[in-house]
Design a protein around this ligand. Structure first.
Ligand SMILES: [Zn+2]
Length: 80
């Protein structure tokens, strides 16, 4: 998935939130459009996933929160 091809129009779709970019007439233009928009392709469980810039930002934020939670736990343990 990730680029939906229908009747000669190739539309990049985020595999996480299903956001779409504008459809392109050429497949490679659609790939370029993804890159320009800051999307990332990555392999998850042997399948390629396209993730939009919004989802990437969201994930980065969650990651930071997790790190913070972990740091708090460490602090607790050391405080005892
Ligand atoms: Zn998304």
């Amino acid at each position: 998935m990730s680029i939906d091809s229908f009747e000669g129009i190739h539309t990049p779709i985020c595999d996480r939130c299903y956001a779409e970019l504008d459809g392109e007439f050429e497949f490679h233009t659609a790939v370029e459009a993804k890159k320009d928009a800051g999307w990332k392709s990555r392999k998850v469980n042997d399948r390629w996933q396209d993730v939009c810039d919004n989802c990437l930002a969201e994930e980065a934020e969650k990651m930071t929160l997790k790190d913070k939670a972990f740091a708090d736990i460490l602090k607790d343990v050391r405080g005892r």
